[in-house]
Ligand binder design. Structure first.
Ligand code: F6P
Length: 549
């Protein structure tokens, strides 16, 4: 199960060279870097497909970038990348291939897993999804009482929720506006209640999305949804077939739940949950935006896959983004990374990235099973601008922590929407202004020159040198969304490869699940839980008292 032992990251000469470079770098700020290097804005820019990356506002020089690339070379990032694309089992702890890239491979390509080409399977599921999506969208798929579907409720959690929900919100202008789409994930019954309280069961379709089809939240919600449906439709079990479809790798469990496997859309164990929304997990999304837009999105993913696979290190955007994160996390001790999209449609983007990044690289054991002695994945957070500016940007500008950030924006409003009263220029002016303020701040002299009373000068000074990447695209289209997500997927991959961790398992989520299962009977019936610690036992008792038990 373990990978070959690699030389420890912190014993590599390339690591030490970077540590030395960091010492030499000292407190060199962005004002100095720009003053010393007038060509920097142009040189530190990269065009990938429709995405332009400006990384000039980073605390790096050509030398820093060269040393970071050398670290990537020494840690075998390219080799691991090629192994991933080739279907090798690089998820070592689960002995699985990692092939989300095969989900967006053109039909003519070939990708083998255990000697079998998976591309025909991928395209056959896509075709089945497209047929289904068309039928639901054009009203040919009828509910049990003969009515067309008006509401689609996706039931899933984690990767079976965050991806489709994020993409649905991002691509709202492209969605079928005569239908409504809801996403239920939380085991808190309020989530399902709110999703169905105002809809007609006769016009509602549930897409139960779960890779394993054993996830307690999803099965609990799906069971409750089935009860709600049957109550609403007079109790005829035959209704389930017209109102429930499943997306899973586990046909047996789907059948056990009572969904006809004819109505199941398959994917495979080589697709990680958090990398799955371009598989059948995207079924609700496909119904919302239609198969053509879904295919455009896949093409966007593929474009960046090819870039990541083929572009030289100096011009490889995911490699660069991953390495910049390593520079700050490992050599500046940055603890978190902010993702700040300037698009209302990106309300769920950072939440989606939290799972992608933190479930992938939140590890402290290397691929050979040894504890790591370097920082791994950062805390990823953020919300769309400009709202965050009136909440937490204060800390970004003047707090004591260094928080690198990505500013993401689009030159034109999606499909011309949001162009109300020229608001888009104002939105984008804010994005550019924030990058500028974070980078260059405001010196004491500049504050004084404004006539600010001396006592206020320290408070109104901005240190600057807060690094950002600006990612700019013409418009948020399905393809651009695919390009952006693939960019972040591969960034996360690069970091995991350098840190020598398995970015594709998630053992850290298991303990809480097991403990919750053990505790539930104690809450409900007061059952004895063996070996329960004093704090948790007291909380359980208090809970029971509050519930009058
Ligand atoms: O609990 C973590 C996790 O396993 C995620 O990795 C996954 O995306 C989520 O649960 C949902 O899992 P499933 O799709 O099997 O229901």
């Amino acid at each position: 199960m373990n990978a070959a032992r690699r030389t420890r990251l912190d014993q590599l000469p390339e690591w030490h060279a970077l540590a030395k470079h960091r010492e030499d770098f000292g407190g060199t700020g962005l004002r100095t870097l720009f003053a010393d290097d007038p060509g920097r804005a142009e040189r530190f820019g990269l065009q990938v497909g429709d995405l332009y990356l400006d990384y000039s506002k980073h605390l790096v020089t050509d030398e820093t970038l060269r040393l970071l690339r050398e670290l990537a070379a020494a840690t075998g990032v390219e080799q691991l990348r090629d192994a991933m694309f080739d279907g090798e089992k690089i998820n070592v702890t689960e002995d699985r291939a990692v092939l989300h890239t095969a989900l967006r491979t053109p039909v003519a390509a070939r990708v083998d897993v255990d000697g079998e080409d998976v591309v025909p399977k991928v395209h056959s599921v896509l075709a089945k999804m497209a047929l289904f999506a068309h039928k639901v969208r054009d009203g040919h798929w009828r509910g049990h009482t003969g009515k067309p579907i008006r509401t689609v409720v996706n039931i899933g959690i984690g990767g079976s929720d965050l991806g489709p929900k994020m993409a649905y919100e991002a691509l709202r202008p492209y969605t079928e506006r005569d239908m409504q789409f809801r996403f239920v994930s939380n085991v808190d019954g309020a989530d399902l209640h709110e999703a169905v309280r105002d809809v007609d069961p006769a016009e509602t379709l549930f897409v139960v999305a779960s890779k394993t089809f054993t996830t307690v939240e999803t099965i609990t919600n799906a069971t409750a949804a089935r009860r709600w449906l049957l109550e609403g439709l007079g109790g005829d079990e035959a209704a389930v077939a017209r109102h429930f479809v499943a997306v899973s790798t586990n046909a047996e469990k789907v059948a056990e739940f009572g969904i006809d496997t004819e109505n199941m859309f398959e994917f495979w164990d080589w697709v990680g949950g958090r990398y799955s929304y371009d598989s059948a997990i995207g079924l609700s999304l496909m119904v919302a935006i239609g198969p053509d837009c879904f295919n455009e999105m896949l093409a966007g993913f593929h474009l960046v896959d090819e870039h990541f696979r083929m572009a030289p290190a100096e011009a490889n955007a995911p490699l660069l983004m991953g390495l910049l994160g390593i520079w700050y996390g490992n050599f500046f001790d940055a603890q978190s990374h902010a993702v700040l999209p300037y698009s209302h449609y990106f309300s769920q983007f950072t939440a989606y990235l939290q799972q992608l990044d933190m479930e992938s690289d939140g590890k402290s054991t290397d691929r050979a099973g040894r504890p790591v002695s370097w920082q791994t994945g950062p805390v990823v957070w953020g919300t769309p601008g400009t709202n965050g500016q009136h909440a937490y940007y204060q800390l970004l500008h003047q707090g004591t922590r260094l928080i690198p950030a990505d500013l993401i924006g689009f030159a034109c409003p999606a499909l011309g929407l949001g162009e109300l009263a020229g608001q888009h220029d104002l939105l984008m002016a804010n994005l550019f202004a924030q990058g500028q303020a974070l980078a260059f701040g405001k010196t004491e002299e500049e504050v004084r020159a404004e006539g600010v009373p001396e006592a206020q000068v320290p408070h109104r000074t901005f240190p600057g040198s807060r690094p950002t990447t600006t990612i700019l695209a013409e418009e948020l289209t399905p393809s651009v969304l695919g390009q952006l997500v693939a960019l972040y997927e591969h960034k996360v991959f690069v970091q995991g490869a350098v840190w020598d961790i398995d970015s594709f398992d998630q053992w850290g989520v298991e303990l809480g699940k097991v403990l919750a299962k053990r505790l539930e009977p104690a809450l409900a019936d007061g059952a004895e839980v063996e070996g329960l610690d004093a704090s948790t036992a007291a909380l359980v008792n208090r809970y029971r008292r509050l519930r009058g038990r």
